[in-house]
Design a protein around this ligand. Structure first.
Ligand SMILES: [Zn+2]
Length: 130
């Protein structure tokens, strides 16, 4: 896969494991979990779908953009500092590995990853380290 970008999501749920999200997605007849990575509230990074498979997380972007999901109800509470730090580090690594430009790091949509996610802060961190 020639990954051009990254889409950031939240789970809109409690702090779930990648295995639990995989079960939910299989119930919706996905082959496996739709995201490539899950970042828990502890900051732990859990692998999802493998890199050589298109994701199932944003219509029209699944073959070009990797999917990362932060656990939590980020419409109600902010992500933990550990999640944001983990997301910044993971994003930097993926940008370097796949030659991804900052403008191709995007939200799923206006409500995802949730209004409490500090998008402007996240993007300023990304551009600073880029
Ligand atoms: Zn989403």
């Amino acid at each position: 896969m020639d990954w051009k970008g990254i889409v950031v999501h939240h789970s809109a749920s409690h702090d779930v494991s990648a295995n639990e999200i995989e079960r939910w997605h299989k119930q919706r007849n996905f082959r496996t979990i739709g995201y490539h990575f899950v970042i828990r509230q502890s900051g732990a990074l859990e692998p999802g779908r493998v890199f050589d498979q298109a994701g199932a997380h944003k219509r029209g972007y699944n073959a070009s953009h990797l999917g990362i999901c932060l656990t939590g109800r980020l419409h109600k509470h902010p992500p933990t500092l550990e999640q944001v730090t983990g997301l910044v580090r993971l994003t930097w690594g993926l940008m370097e590995r796949f030659d991804i430009e900052p403008e191709n790091i995007i939200k799923h949509h206006e409500q995802c990853p949730g209004k409490m996610f500090p998008w402007d802060f996240f993007m300023s961190e990304i551009k600073e380290g880029y």
